[in-house]
Design a protein around this ligand. Structure first.
Ligand code: PLP
Length: 392
């Protein structure tokens, strides 16, 4: 490194990360989107991916993706506003709008890029953005980029949110954005109450359904399940989770979507997704809309597993979805528990700060619809052993 200051700064930071068990290494995982992944040469049951419906390896997605490559090639080669547009994109957006019962929708390169574009284009330094304390990092980054006033309310605390709304009631430009399923806790936002508050306080209401689409509300998301969809201004979601592919999707009124097409910097200044990905998205959307049973199954087995884990004394927080945290506390304990489960043939993610608050390091189990009853027995047996061998 040419700079002495950076040389010392970086060595010091890396040593501090190592010392606090926070140094991140990309795990030696192969086939990470399959039900069984390969870790250090061993086949393990995969409870770490967000492929909740087991679609990433489905024949329909793979074949549609290959067809798209044959027809359109491998890369989009430009932003969609230049020459990077294909009929497939328009088919996807049209079908997605109908699926979500919205006027229009728009595809982004990722869920992360979608949240950046939404917040950066709609908010500015005159805007107040109300955001749940546990919202995803892409929301926080979007608010930062916009220069808006970031007003965080305590996680799922409606009274606290109401006080914040009252305090800023006279500001005209107000946005509220919330995950509907929180990605590290698997709990559900109190969206009915939030929607009502947004109406009462004249606030633009945006939901991030990244972990709910494909699973809740016949695949349409939690807002559909709770029948408050029409109270939401923008429905953001991602093809990278239950849909087994990649890309962010935003649905809403024609004007709001036109606004994003004109102002969303992560859309305007970035090459469009490759046709192969868009083909897979279209196949996934058609699968989910014609048969929502996978989402129902993953929720059913998640409910049963959570009840079992709690009966064994594990702290699974308020999870009400296919994401089940097992909160252990110390970082080193989470890593030890992860290693123990690897020995038992199961791969789970050990999540540590800063992704989750200090002293709440955890295992994050993400369940998938294609788990069999034998798989579930194996998971339950392993957690019984984990409690006995490591945690007692
Ligand atoms: C709630 C939420 N929103 C947005 C994103 C970003 O989506 P993507 O991974 O497609 O960029 C994630 C990703 O983990 C997420 O959990």
């Amino acid at each position: 490194m040419t700079s002495k200051w950076f040389n010392q700064h970086i060595s010091k930071e890396l040593a501090a990360l190592e010392e606090s068990s926070l140094f991140r290494r990309i795990p030696a995982v192969e086939n990470g989107a399959d039900k069984e992944l390969i870790f250090n040469g061993r086949k393990l049951l995969n409870l770490a991916s967000n492929d909740y419906l087991g679609l990433a390896h489905s024949q329909q997605l793979c074949e549609t993706s290959i067809l798209a490559i044959r027809e359109y090639g491998t890369g989009a080669a430009a932003s969609r506003l230049v020459t990077g547009n294909f009929k497939l994109y328009e088919d996807l957006e049209r079908e997605f709008s109908a699926f979500k019962e919205q006027d229009d929708s728009m595809l982004f390169s990722s869920g992360y890029a979608a949240n950046l574009a939404i917040l950066d284009s709609l908010a500015d330094r005159h805007t107040v953005v109300f955001s749940d304390k546990l919202n995803h990092a892409s929301i926080i980054d979007g608010i930062k980029m916009s220069g808006a006033k970031h007003v965080r309310y305590r996680h799922n605390d409606i009274d606290h949110l109401k006080k914040r709304l009252e305090y800023f009631a006279n500001i005209p430009s107000k946005i509220l954005i919330t995950d509907t399923i929180f990605s590290m806790d698997g709990d559900l936002a109190h969206i009915e109450q939030i929607a009502q508050l947004c109406t009462d306080f004249d606030v633009l209401f945006i939901v991030d359904e990244a972990h709910a689409e494909g699973v809740f509300g016949a695949g349409k998301g939690l807002c559909f399940e709770r029948k408050i969809s029409e109270m939401v201004d923008l429905h953001m979601g991602a093809f990278s989770k239950a849909f087994g592919s990649l890309g962010g999707m935003v649905a809403g009124s024609s004007d709001l979507i036109s606004f994003l097409r004109n102002k969303g910097r992560s859309f305007i200044f970035s090459t469009a997704l490759p046709p192969a990905v868009v083909g897979a998205n279209l196949a996934a959307l058609r699968l989910v809309s014609s048969d929502p049973s996978r989402g129902e199954r993953v929720l059913e087995i998640s409910r049963d597993l959570k009840i079992f884990l709690e009966s064994e004394g594990f702290d699974c927080g308020n999870s009400g979805s296919q994401i089940i945290p097992v909160v252990l506390g110390e970082n080193s304990l989470a890593l030890k528990a992860q290693a123990f489960l690897v020995d038992e043939g199961i791969y789970v993610a050990a999540i540590r700060p800063p992704t989750v608050p200090v002293n709440t390091a955890r295992l994050r189990l993400s369940l998938r619809a294609d788990l069999t009853s034998q798989d579930l027995d194996k998971i339950m047996r392993s957690f019984v052993l984990l409690r006995r061998e490591i945690l007692s």
